[in-house]
Design a protein around this ligand. Structure first.
Ligand SMILES: C[S@@+](CC[C@H](N)C(=O)[O-])C[C@H]1O[C@@H](n2cnc3c(N)ncnc32)[C@H](O)[C@@H]1O
Length: 362
């Protein structure tokens, strides 16, 4: 390599190149993770009950013998990315020869099916081909004068219509949401006080009721209603204190002591979010000052020292923008939206790492 007359310029160029390439190829890490999920690698290791060698894994996954080395290459990247850990095991009982074996990390344990913490359906939903393909239309989208999402620009229909087109797609989306909701269990345990004393709660745009079921489990005496579009909740049945109601949150919301809006306001622009918040305020109005709205969403903090966390929040913002013309909001934006809807005060409590719970009072 030729010696540079200006070492720092050269080093800056190399760093810039690595930085750029890393962002270009980040999708490979996402896709390798999706492949691992589809193959069921985490289930195979979990069911084996101890670290698994490459040959054991390939045979359990029923891979073609010619693909063992390919599996190794996937595992090498995924191990580097923190999804698996390599250990050495004796090849055969009593023998000296050692083999490499793979075990799970806390992140890949989130792929074990059947567990309440399984996030496989979130990966399926987030990395669905339609949500990836749409990005090839981003230049067209940005240059044309049409108020539509990138998804609509690319696919000719909006995301909600796409979801409602067939039950498989709608289930794919609702399963992804339900998986995300089950992760709320820990946050609920840490924030029980938010729900204590409530006699009724309506989970607006609550999907198939992932979060409400957790609340119902922890507080069986609260009368819980999951309110969503008729095609989502129409066939669902609950029990005495857990019921499903179909309707349109832009028209009216069933009355309750508290309205829960989880992962809802980020789907909508400020004008439509304001409408949802005003209808929420009306729904709790019979409780006077004792009613509340509980929002679970992201509160972006660009000043945070946690670069990775802020990156995730900003990535979510672009997902909401491109799929729904929605947005993730900063604290200042939440402040304005909440006050514009006529509420007097609020409290932001950070939960599950990158989301926040916002208690809003009339
Ligand atoms: C991002 S999902 C959130 C689901 C749920 N809150 C959760 O966190 O799992 C948004 C939900 O809004 C519902 N939705 C969309 N438009 C609606 C409307 N006009 N009225 C009621 N629900 C609606 C969708 O059916 C979907 O279940």
């Amino acid at each position: 390599m030729a010696l540079s007359t200006n070492g720092s310029e050269e080093s800056e160029l190399y760093h810039a190149q690595i930085h750029l390439y890393k962002h270009v190829y980040n999708f490979v890490s996402s896709m390798a993770l999706k492949s691992a999920m589809e193959l069921g690698i985490a289930d195979a290791i979990h069911n084996h009950g101890k670290p698994m060698t490459l040959t054991e894994l390939a045979s359990s996954l029923k891979l073609h013998p010619s693909k063992v080395n390919i599996l190794y290459r996937f595992l090498r990247l995924l191990t580097h990315n923190g999804f698996f850990v390599k250990t050495t095991v004796k090849s055969n009982e009593g023998e000296k020869e050692e083999d490499i074996a793979y075990s799970l990390t806390p992140s890949s344990k989130l792929l074990i099916s059947g567990k309440s913490t399984c996030l496989s359906s979130l990966i399926k939903g987030a990395l669905h081909p339609s949500s990836i393909d749409m990005w090839s239309s981003s230049e067209k989208w940005l240059k044309e004068d049409k108020e539509q999402t990138l998804f609509e620009c690319a696919k000719g229909e909006n995301y909600w219509d796409f979801l409602n087109r067939d039950s498989d797609t709608l289930n794919m989306f609702q399963d992804a949401m339900a998986a995300d909701s089950r992760m709320f269990k820990l946050a609920l345990k840490e924030n029980k006080h938010v729900f204590e004393g409530l006699e009724s709660l309506v989970d607006v745009a609550g999907g198939t009721g992932g979060v409400t079921k957790l609340i119902h489990e922890a507080f069986p005496n609260i009368k819980c209603t999951v309110f969503d579009q008729p095609q989502v909740v129409g066939n669902l049945t609950g029990n005495e204190n857990l019921n499903f109601v179909g309707g349109d949150m832009f028209k009216s919301i069933p009355p309750a002591d508290a309205v829960l809006l989880k992962w809802v306001l980020h789907d909508w622009n400020d004008e439509l979010s304001l409408q949802i918040l005003k209808n929420s305020k009306e729904a709790i109005s019979h409780k006077g000052k004792d009613g509340k709205v509980i929002i679970i969403d992201i509160s972006i903090d660009e000043t945070s020292d946690d670069h990775g966390l802020t990156e995730l929040q900003l990535e979510y913002d672009l997902v909401m923008l491109t799929m729904f013309l929605g947005k993730e909001r900063t604290k200042t934006e939440w402040d304005k939206l909440i006050h514009d809807a006529g509420f007097s005060s609020y409290k932001i409590i950070p939960i599950s790492g990158f989301k926040s719970l916002i208690e809003v009072y009339p």
